[in-house]
Design a protein around this ligand. Structure first.
Ligand code: ATP
Ligand code: MG
Length: 454
């Protein structure tokens, strides 16, 4: 099948006008190329900012500039252009030098039509392949930018979460994300932002538990110059910084009551005042709040305002604990292995069955973050190709035995001997009664007593 080269832009630079015209027409007719012809180097060089050439046929013997100089300059400026050198007999050595600098091939004058088509065709194939690769890479990069890429959600509960995220992201409503520490609340908040029409705007995150009441008010609302002693300049607060974007209020359950009142007012009025200013600023923000505490209980205990709770909890996303989605553990493990393989330049292929079964027994109080840390550590420690129990922290490798007293780790014969002894003692060594309790014939009892020396 004939290839379509019409997307490839070609330049021919040669001072022999007849040669120039002939090459242009041969390439256009036989290969379907769009060809620009130049009879000197300067003219060609001044056009390279406007035209994005893929291929250049360059005569080495030009009157204004030496071809090697043009090529060197070009390779620095536009390294992806493919160049075919055209030379006379006298300049074959220069052609070899040109190939060293980065020319793709060379043609000798006088021109042979078939040789021209053949050589150019080879280079065109290379250019098409390169273009194809760039296109593929762009598709892959696009895929890497998928806001939910790297968010592992395999079990039904997490599939449901993902569906909610996709559904509500474009709606611009406030969202409350609930879940234990390390369950992925911030990841979800960022995904919602990135999937929303605000994705080009800022994502501003603030930890409501990390500040004193005074500091958090200042952080959130900002202040005018001289608003209070020490306010030497105007400061834009985080709420204002989130204009046209998303404000992520992390650990909202820790927000002091007085700040809760102020936040409620902001949400209701959709505007704020900087400290020390009477001029309102209209707001265009979306609020996503997160908490690892049970906000409803805090509301019942009057530690969190109910009206604010309802304003924030327009949509609720509840993230399951890792131990409630243990079927996702193996896939999370392989995801983290490949993530840290890349980071630590390792080539670990997997994890042993023993190590996986130990991890499946563990209850992960720190959820996905804890699992990620465990795998990160294991990848760092592992020198082979498989993660084994010895690469896991000791509180996990000891799990096998922690619930079982080592005193109970005995053979079946020992258990039998102890049990017969116990029953004999109970019956006062009445063999008939003992055999009846053990539901074995008296002869068998007698044999076992002899065997165990009872
Ligand atoms: N579903 C998931 N897929 C992949 N990685 C995840 C997932 N959930 C969480 N993680 C990883 O676990 C770590 C913790 O996630 P994140 O910070 O979003 O949790 P969090 O709920 O905000 O935790 P905290 O309450 O402690 O702030 C991150 O490193 C993140 O990469
Ligand atoms: Mg967090």
């Amino acid at each position: 099948m004939k290839k379509d080269f019409s997307s490839i832009i070609t330049a021919v630079v040669d001072d022999e006008i007849i040669f120039l015209k002939r090459v242009k027409s041969l390439l256009e007719k036989n290969l379907g190329l769009k060809v620009y012809a130049y009879n000197n180097a300067q003219e060609f060089l001044s056009s390279i900012n406007e035209i994005d050439f893929d291929l250049l046929l360059l005569d080495l013997n030009l009157p204004d500039l030496d071809g090697i100089t043009v090529l060197t300059y070009l390779k620095k400026l536009k390294s992806d252009i493919e160049v075919i050198i055209v030379t006379g007999h006298a300049t074959v050595d220069s052609a070899v030098e040109a190939i060293k600098i980065g020319a793709n091939d060379y043609l000798e004058k006088p021109l042979n039509k078939n040789k021209l088509i053949f050589t150019v065709n080879n280079t065109l194939e290379k250019i098409l392949l390169k273009k194809e690769n760039i296109k593929l890479k762009n598709i892959l990069d696009q895929r890497d930018k998928d806001p939910l890429d790297g968010f592992i959600a395999n079990c039904q509960k997490m599939v449901d979460v993902t569906n909610i995220i996709k559904k509500i992201a474009p709606l611009d409503c406030n969202v409350l994300i609930e879940g234990e520490t390390g369950t992925g609340k911030e990841m979800v908040a960022r995904a919602i932002h990135n999937l929303s029409k605000r994705s080009k705007g800022p994502f501003i995150s603030i930890n409501c538990g990390g500040f004193s009441e005074e500091l958090i008010t200042n952080e959130l609302f900002g202040h005018e110059k001289e608003a209070f002693t020490g306010a030497h300049s105007r400061r834009i607060g985080l709420i204002e910084a989130a204009q046209k974007g998303t404000l992520f209020l992390d650990e909202i359950g820790e927000m002091p009551p007085s700040v809760q009142v102020k936040l409620l007012k902001v949400i209701e009025e959709k505007r704020i005042y900087r400290l020390g200013s009477n001029t309102p600023i209209d707001l265009d923000i979306r609020i996503i709040a997160a908490t690892n505490r049970d906000l409803k209980t805090l509301v019942k205990k009057r530690l969190f305002r109910e009206d604010l709770y309802f304003r924030l909890n327009v949509v609720n996303v509840r993230l399951p604990k890792l131990r409630e989605r243990s079927e996702d553990i193996p896939i999370l493990i392989s995801y983290f292995i490949s993530k840290y393989n890349k980071q630590f330049d390792k080539d670990i292929r997997g994890i042993s069955n023993k190590a996986i079964s130990l991890l499946l027994k563990y209850d992960f109080p720190g959820n996905v973050r804890e699992l990620e840390n465990i795998i990160q550590r294991a990848v760092a420690l592992c020198d082979g190709q498989e993660i084994k129990p010895e690469h896991l922290p000791s509180d996990i490798t000891n799990l096998n035995f922690t619930n079982v007293s080592t005193k109970l780790l005995m053979s079946l014969e020992e258990i039998e001997k102890n049990h017969i002894k116990r029953v004999l003692e109970f019956t006062g060594y009445d063999k008939k009664a003992t055999a009846a309790i053990l539901k074995i014939p008296r002869t068998t009892l007698w044999r076992k007593m002899k065997k165990y020396n009872l």
